[in-house]
Design a protein. Structure first.
Length: 270
């Protein structure tokens, strides 16, 4: 079936919630894309909110990028690599006036990505392998602190942490937020940071003293949180830099659950 230049198999959906289904499609213009399709007309509002969230993410990311560019020096945070780009949102008459949101993932192949929840279900990872994943998740949440830092809001408004909302590309260390499952109107970072840390504590395997120190930091996160995601992100990378240096590529190191042999997934040749 083709909808507005996007080929999609209506019988093969990637994921679903109570109110919409997620499909992988191929756009004549944009190549591989993600589509979210409301289950009924009455479910359109949830995709309206989803589209608004991704529009806000793009705006905050662009403002940070423009500011960093104005400073010169070439250092950019590249928050845009942390979430899917909303290409379009529309109500499709041929589909019973259901809303459809279309997304593209940044700087990686859609076929190389797996849901974070599936990765955890199928594999164990060594503690060092979680640094880039949890680091990018913490960095992503900093985007929701920007409006407070700019004085536009009195509080930060964070989405709840659901591992199903993140796609992971182990080879290139990609973490991409692609779905908004809801959040609190007024919140602080502590509870969210605790939930993220607990998720990884239940997943990782510690193999040496350095990894034990990382584990201890995550345990501290899980018990005490931090007042802001910026603080947690800084704490994580300060320790990682002390233990393993900065900017050192470490291949995703994993083993299939129920086995003992560790494997490494290295970055693909360019």
């Amino acid at each position: 079936m083709k909808i507005r230049g996007i080929e999609v198999d209506p019988n093969d959906f990637f994921a679903q919630t109570k109110r919409f289904r997620v499909y992988l499609g191929n756009s004549d213009k944009d190549g591989p894309v993600i589509l979210k399709v409301a289950k009924t007309f009455d479910d359109n509002d949830v995709l309206n909110e989803d589209a608004a969230t991704f529009t806000r993410l793009a705006a905050n990311s662009q403002e940070i990028d423009e500011y960093e560019t104005s400073l010169g020096g070439g250092n950019r945070s590249r928050f845009d690599l942390l979430f899917a780009s909303l290409l379009s949102t529309f109500v499709e008459a041929s589909q019973g006036d259901r809303r459809i949101n279309v997304y593209r993932v940044p700087d990686t192949k859609l076929s190389k990505l797996l849901p974070l929840s599936k990765l955890k279900a199928d594999y164990e990872i060594d503690a060092r392998s979680c640094v880039w994943m949890i680091g990018r998740i913490l960095k992503f949440y900093i985007l929701f602190e920007k409006d407070k830092m700019d004085g536009k809001e009195t509080v930060a408004r964070y989405p709840d942490f659901y591992p199903e909302d993140f796609l992971i590309g182990p080879e290139r260390h990609r973490v991409i937020y692609y779905n908004y499952s809801g959040g609190e109107d007024d919140s602080i970072a502590d509870g969210h940071i605790k939930a993220i840390a607990k998720f990884f504590l239940e997943w990782i395997v510690v193999n040496d003293e350095a990894e034990q120190r990382l584990y201890n930091l995550l345990k501290d996160f899980s018990e005490h949180g931090r007042s802001e995601f910026y603080d947690a992100h800084s704490n994580l990378y300060a320790l990682a830099s002390e233990l393993w240096g900065r900017g050192v590529y470490y291949p995703f190191t994993y083993r299939v659950r129920g086995t003992i042999a560790w494997q490494k997934q290295k970055e693909e040749e360019k």
